[in-house]
Design a protein around this ligand. Structure first.
Ligand code: HEC
Length: 153
């Protein structure tokens, strides 16, 4: 009986692998990219790319387990959802208001350690931010914020 159940599980697992997910990234234009348009330093670029860009950009680096269903289904949905909420690759297409709002949200979220999400940090050591790194990201984003609100006045 146990053997049959195990065989059943293996067969189902094998079958769901046929339902693959799209691993191609949309095309990107660096003229629209958050880090590029705000002249991020290499250090800032690395911090954001390691901690946020796999979900909030069009330049996702897909890990090997992204090819394994049902993880792939879940991850695909998660990335699409995150991009829908905030996509740093299309930053320049956002209205000024939306940029300001997303900056504010990002500052809050980094300060409160809500992002990057815990499950992601489990798999990605490079995304675990130190307090110092978090402070650097926040103060850089605040400097952008000041510039943009300055333009509105
Ligand atoms: C593993 C994927 C992942 C990573 C990495 C990640 N996020 Fe998110 N983020 C999400 C998802 C999914 C949502 C949508 C949550 C929701 O709508 O409930 C989200 C939502 C947000 C929001 C909107 C919050 C809101 O209240 O609507 C902001 C801002 C944000 N993330 C910023 C960041 C920043 C900044 C980083 C890097 C420090 C980051 N995220 C890293 C997945 C991720």
């Amino acid at each position: 009986m146990k053997k049959k159940i195990l065989a059943g599980i293996i067969i189902v697992f094998a079958l769901i692998q046929f339902k693959t997910v799209d691993k191609t990234n949309p095309e990107t234009d660096s003229a629209q990219d958050f880090l590029a348009v705000n002249n991020a330093s290499i250090e800032m670029e690395n911090l954001f790319k390691n901690a946020c860009y796999d979900c909030h950009s069009n330049v996702t680096r897909y890990p090997w387990y992204f090819s394994v269903a049902p993880i792939s289904w879940w991850t695909r949905g998660h990335i699409d959802h995150a991009r829908g909420n905030l996509n740093f690759s299309i930053w320049q297409t956002y209205q000024q208001k939306k940029q300001d709002y997303k900056l504010e949200e990002s500052i809050e979220i980094i300060n409160k350690k809500w992002m990057p999400p815990k499950t992601y940090k489990m798999m990605h050591a490079e995304a675990r931010l130190s307090d110092e790194e978090r402070e650097k990201m926040v103060s850089w984003m605040k400097s952008i914020n000041n510039n943009t609100t300055g333009n509105n006045e």
